[in-house]
Design a protein around this ligand. Structure first.
Ligand code: IPE
Ligand code: IPE
Ligand code: MG
Length: 242
């Protein structure tokens, strides 16, 4: 039996800069083209019945980039929210953000909070943007929260389980991703969802993010369908999103 459609797909949207260079364009034009793919893939995920789509849009490490590029990316995000808020609501999507949101400009933080609030009660696809996100920082933050609970006496150290950690991550309310996609060929995780992807299927494509169309997305889902998921067992656990 093939695997069912994954409940949660996470994507490392990489390669905007290289795509732009290949076309003789500026890096920022690559980012603009990338936004169009975000719109397309969100729609496709919705139509496929995926429940959670988590997009790595800006890492904690991406602050190291030239100021102009960072500002451009923040502007794009802000414009995306202005433009897409109605569509996200109309399509019953929940908009969500993970990462160190306090790093963002206050106006952007406010806008994010508004969109999260108005879409909170929707029941369709949960679209999560990872912004100023670092998986290691997320894990450290979870440890701090757990340490506070133990200091307060609300939790004994011996009661700390894997679930305790999961429940103290930004992703507490989501299942772990069954499928992690990375575009543009890099074989690395770049500090994304390290805890959550322990048993995710990895799919790396040479396509740059601006080339990652609905068809490419469908190829990834098709590939996932045929994966032998074993979870440490000797035989495949097919038909499983465990
Ligand atoms: C991904 O594309 C977008 C972000 C990281 C914000 P890149 O900007 O990393 O593009 P490359 O990897 O330089 O081609
Ligand atoms: C990962 O891409 C982060 C995002 C896609 C937002 P990078 O382009 O920043 O990754 P590295 O630095 O090449 O690993
Ligand atoms: Mg990159």
């Amino acid at each position: 039996m093939p695997n069912p459609i994954p409940r949660h797909v996470a994507i490392i949207m990489d390669g905007n800069g290289r795509w732009a260079r290949k076309q003789g364009l500026l890096r920022v034009q690559g980012h603009e083209a990338g936004v169009r793919r975000v719109e397309e893939i969100v729609r496709a995920a919705q139509e496929k019945g995926i429940r959670y789509l988590t997009l790595y849009a800006f890492s904690k490490e991406n602050w190291r980039r030239p100021k102009e590029e960072v500002e451009f990316l923040m502007g794009l995000l802000s414009a995306y929210l202005d433009k897409k808020i109605d569509a996200l609501i109309k399509h019953n999507c929940v908009f969500n953000v993970i990462g160190e949101i306090g790093d963002l400009a206050e106006t952007l933080q406010k806008k994010i909070a508004e969109v999260m609030e108005v879409s909170r009660k929707n029941t369709g696809l949960v679209v999560t943007f990872a912004l100023s996100y670092s998986s290691r920082r997320e894990i450290v933050r979870a440890c701090q929260k757990i340490a506070e609970q133990t200091l307060r006496g609300a939790l004994q150290p011996s009661e700390i389980t894997e679930e305790t950690l999961s429940k103290n991550l930004y992703t507490a309310d989501m299942p772990d991703p069954e499928l992690l996609i990375r575009t543009s060929g890099e074989m690395r995780i770049s500090n994304f969802l390290l805890w959550q992807i322990s048993y995710a299927e990895l799919y790396v494509t040479q396509k740059f993010w601006p080339e990652f169309t609905r068809d490419e997305f469908e190829k990834a889902l098709e590939d996932y369908k045929g994966r032998e998921r074993r979870f440490g067992d000797t035989c495949p656990v097919r038909g499983s999103n465990r």
